[in-house]
Design a protein around this ligand. Structure first.
Ligand SMILES: NC(=O)c1ccc[n+]([C@@H]2O[C@H](COP(=O)([O-])OP(=O)(O)OC[C@H]3O[C@@H](n4cnc5c(N)ncnc54)[C@H](OP(=O)(O)O)[C@@H]3O)[C@@H](O)[C@H]2O)c1
Length: 262
């Protein structure tokens, strides 16, 4: 007698900062790979626009508009994902801002806010989701870090410190959770063509010494790959990590082929 095969478990993934840029590209790639998605960012309208377009392509998508720096935001997102989509398979902590200024203008408040978003939120997601993942012996936490988490860039003290914190948090979580079957990754692209880099180029141009195009080109030239990374390339790397679940933790994308660091 044939035993009926049990249906494959649904893959439920939370993607933060999925209203535009890299997060939106990640949501599109994961929807294509069959993930059920919880999308979150602050701006409800742009979030809805992404969700609607993914649903039109056949994806199952829930949304929560929230500021991740606010108390209780992560708990609401996790509870909504579990209620509407099922047990959480993966969290992609991608939401971020990149404040840029001289060190004398980098205030403790700026540092705190940047850490809350890039380190505090991923930690809160790990606290909320790791216990169930450990019990199941599977699950994934992906931190969208940066080469600013691996080396220093000028005029970005708060961001560079926070991204180093994000990579450090991934390493600690990896050490603690990998033995229980939970994979933790920090993915580190160089400069990516998105609102963050376009905004930074415009801000540099506004100081009057160069054009936005020239500033954008200078950022691209700082990448080892010699050009801007593209959001869909970063998204493909996230989809690969979630699909293949390799054993490493930190991946430097700013190389001709993604380089495993440790
Ligand atoms: N662009 C680059 O060159 C680059 C390079 C390496 C790494 N990264 C990292 O990649 C990630 C995505 O960057 P991106 O370039 O795609 O930026 P982006 O286009 O500006 O998108 C940022 C996303 O994060 C959301 N977000 C920002 N602050 C938030 C908050 N307080 N609470 C909840 N959501 C928030 C934004 O939506 P709302 O504004 O509606 O909240 C948006 O969806 C960031 O972590 C960034 O540090 C970027």
């Amino acid at each position: 007698m044939n035993t009926p095969a049990s249906p494959p478990a649904a893959v439920v993934t939370i993607v933060t900062g999925s209203s535009r840029g890299i997060g939106k590209a990640i949501a599109e790639a994961l929807a294509k790979a069959g993930h059920r998605l919880l999308l979150t960012a602050r701006d409800a309208a742009s979030l809805q626009a992404v969700a609607t377009s993914l649903r039109q392509g056949g994806a199952t998508v829930a949304t929560v508009a929230a500021d991740l720096r606010e108390e209780g935001a992560v708990a609401t997102i996790v509870a909504t994902a579990e209620r509407e989509l099922g047990p959480i398979t993966a969290v992609v902590s991608n939401a971020g801002t990149a404040p840029s200024d001289k060190i004398e203008n980098t205030t403790p408040a700026m540092l705190r806010e940047t850490f809350d978003l890039h380190v505090g939120a991923p930690l809160a997601f790990a606290r909320a989701t790791a216990p169930a993942m450990k019990k199941r012996g599977s699950g994934c936490l992906v931190h969208l870090a940066s080469t600013a988490g691996l080396r220093g860039y000028p005029f970005t003290a708060a961001y560079t410190a926070a991204k180093h914190g994000m990579v450090g948090l991934a390493r600690a979580l990896h050490a603690e959770l990998a033995p229980a079957g939970v994979r933790v990754f920090a993915l580190c692209p160089g400069f990516v063509d998105s609102d963050i880099t376009r905004g930074a180029a415009a801000a540099i141009a506004a100081r009057g010494k160069t054009t936005a195009d020239a500033a954008f080109a200078r950022m691209a030239a700082q990448n080892r790959i010699g050009r801007m990374h593209l959001p869909h390339e970063v998204a493909a790397a996230v989809a690969w990590l979630l699909r293949e679940q390799p054993t490493g933790c930190v991946y430097d994308l700013d190389r001709p082929t993604p380089a495993f660091l440790d």
